[in-house]
Design a protein. Structure first.
Length: 146
């Protein structure tokens, strides 16, 4: 048992000391105050961000910017008529395959955010992957914050 704990400790040390110089390819999309991504397109794919099978890929986990990138993405969204949105992180879910898994298992967990806006009848789930980077778009049903 002690040998297993020692090996686990060494693995944790190794991963915590690995290089963090990789920068998310979405970092070039950060707007002025550093809290919002610049998004210029609304997706036509009805599953983009709204299904765990097609999550928004904000990247940033390798340089400790993953959660901040998730908020940067959400901060760029508005409701269907430009309404200010509110959101909260409902938790992690849904393993997906990723070459960027920090533990080497080949899959990572998505974060699920619940999003709503004034006079909305529903709260919408948006699934976000902070380990991989992709082109950022507003999901169907949302607009881009001005």
């Amino acid at each position: 048992m002690n040998k297993q704990l020692s090996i686990l400790g060494m693995l944790l040390f190794f991963f915590s000391c690995s290089s963090t110089k990789q920068i998310s390819k979405n970092s070039s999309q950060i707007q002025g105050n550093n809290n919002t991504f610049l998004i210029t397109e609304i997706s036509t794919d009805k599953t983009y961000g709204l299904s765990p099978k097609n999550p928004v890929e904000v990247g940033g986990a390798k340089n400790s910017q993953g959660p901040k990138n998730e908020r940067r993405f959400l901060n760029a969204l508005a409701g269907p008529n430009g309404e200010k949105i509110s959101y909260y992180r409902a938790g992690s879910c849904c393993p997906v395959k990723s070459k960027n898994d920090p533990f080497g298992f080949g899959s990572v967990m998505l974060d699920n955010y619940r999003v709503t806006w004034e006079n909305s009848k529903d709260t919408i789930s948006i699934y976000i992957n902070m380990y991989d980077s992709g082109k950022l778009k507003a999901p169907v049903g949302f607009t881009i914050k001005k």
